[in-house]
Structures are given as structure tokens and as C-alpha cells.
Design a protein around this ligand. Structure first.
Ligand SMILES: [Zn+2]
Length: 234
């Protein structure tokens, strides 16, 4: 089981490496094939993830939509935002979603030292622990930016590093149609979808996109589960 998880994470890393065109690591086609081979199951499990919250309005709106459809998700929380919006964090937990660590201040971990990486992870962990009585075990590096020292530090703290396979780029304020088309045209079993529940610069298209994506994909037989359930399923 442990080996399976490691393979899957490696695949997720590879997707990101391919998408930011660091050469010589992996091709998109190889990655895609590997994702299928790791999660070729009948259950059609997928994971939707939300970064940067909690947000007092948008996280609540997203939680309402998830509840309406019986879907579960993973929220990668910024420690500083958790401190500011503890009630929203508590609601995420109470409604059965998974809480991941998105560091305390959302710094670029590639551009800092192992000591600061460690502090950013542990400060967020401690804040979330105090508010939920639950220790985080999944890390999403801010911006998906990582290197070997980020991975080594995360592993030394017993974290699994989680990236994504479909990026909605919702933080760039695309239209609802653009998000829906991107997700629905590319979705496959085992995918991890990246969204944000805290977006600056005006209104967000994400809730309205979810109002279409979740029922559409549910009708197609997909099941929205937490990242941990996805990566630990066979
Ligand atoms: Zn982020």
C-alpha cells in the first residue's frame, strides 16, 4: 500500500514537472498513462482540492455546494487564514472534508531554506491543530513550487506532498464555461483538480463552475472523495 502511494505521488510530481516544462523528466503521455495504470478502478474516484482558504464568503459558498451534492473535498489551508477564520475551518472539518497544509504564509518554498520551510509547515500545522485538534499530513507547496529540499523537509516531518493533475487556473478569473470545459474535457479516474477558495481581485467563477461540474461528473459515475481516500484506494 505504501509503495502504491509513493508511486502515485511521483506521478503527480511528474505532471507538474511536465506542465512547467522542466525538460528531461517526464513526458505528458507517459504521465497520463501512469495515472491510468495506478488508478484503473471501477469506482471512478476523483479529488477536488481548494487552496488558500479559509475565506469567509467563498469557502462557505463552496461548502454549501459540496453538501448539496454529498461530495467531499480537500482544503489546503493557509495557517494565517485559519487563524483569521476559525469558524470556517471548523465547518470544513465538521462536514467531513479533509484539511491539508498550505504553509503559514504562502511563501515560495523553493526560494528559502530548509529551516524556514520547516517553520512554515509546522506553524500552519500547529495553528490547524489548535483549532481542529487534528494534525495535517498532506502538504501542498504554495504555487506548486517545490524542489528536492522541499520534498526532503516535508518527508522528514511525515508529510506527503500533493500537487494536481487538472489546474482550473480559477485564480486568473476565467469564465465559468472555460473552467467547466477544461475539467469535463480532461477528467479521468484518479485525477486531482486544483481550485481556490480564496481568490483576490474581485468575484470568483469557482462556485458557479462547481454548480455544473459536480452534478455533471456525478451523473457520469465519478465520486468526489478526499485526497487521502483517493491515493490510498486501489
Ligand atoms: Zn496557494
Amino acid at each position: 500500500m505504501r509503495r502504491c502511494v509513493s508511486v502515485f505521488l511521483l506521478i503527480i510530481f511528474s505532471v507538474r514537472i511536465a506542465s512547467i516544462t522542466v525538460s528531461g523528466v517526464s513526458s505528458a503521455s507517459e504521465t497520463e498513462k501512469s495515472v491510468y495504470s495506478s488508478h484503473d478502478n471501477e469506482s471512478r474516484k476523483i479529488a477536488i482540492t481548494f487552496d488558500d482558504g479559509p475565506h469567509p464568503r467563498y469557502t462557505a459558498e463552496i461548502l454549501d455546494i459540496l453538501a448539496e451534492h454529498g461530495a467531499h473535498a480537500t482544503f489546503f489551508i493557509i495557517g494565517d487564514n485559519a487563524k483569521n477564520y476559525p469558524d470556517i475551518l471548523s465547518r470544513i472539518q465538521k462536514e467531513g472534508h479533509e484539511i491539508g497544509n498550505h504553509t503559514y504564509l504562502h511563501r515560495n518554498l523553493q526560494k528559502t531554506t530548509p529551516d524556514i520551510i520547516r517553520k512554515q509547515i509546522l506553524d500552519a500545522e500547529q495553528t490547524i491543530l489548535e483549532l481542529t485538534d487534528q494534525r495535517t499530513k498532506l502538504l501542498r507547496p504554495p504555487g506548486g513550487l517545490y524542489d528536492q529540499k522541499v520534498c526532503d523537509t516535508a518527508r522528514s516531518l511525515d508529510y506527503e506532498v500533493i500537487l494536481w493533475t487538472i489546474d482550473t487556473k480559477d485564480w486568473t478569473h476565467p469564465t465559468v464555461d472555460e473552467i467547466v470545459e477544461k475539467v469535463e474535457a480532461n477528467i479521468k479516474t484518479g485525477d486531482i483538480i486544483l481550485c481556490h477558495d480564496f481568490i483576490g481581485g474581485g468575484s470568483t467563477p469557482t462556485p458557479d463552475a462547481l454548480r455544473r461540474i459536480i452534478p455533471d461528473l456525478t451523473r457520469e459515475g465519478y465520486e468526489f472523495v478526499t485526497v487521502s481516500e483517493l491515493i490510498h484506494s486501489k
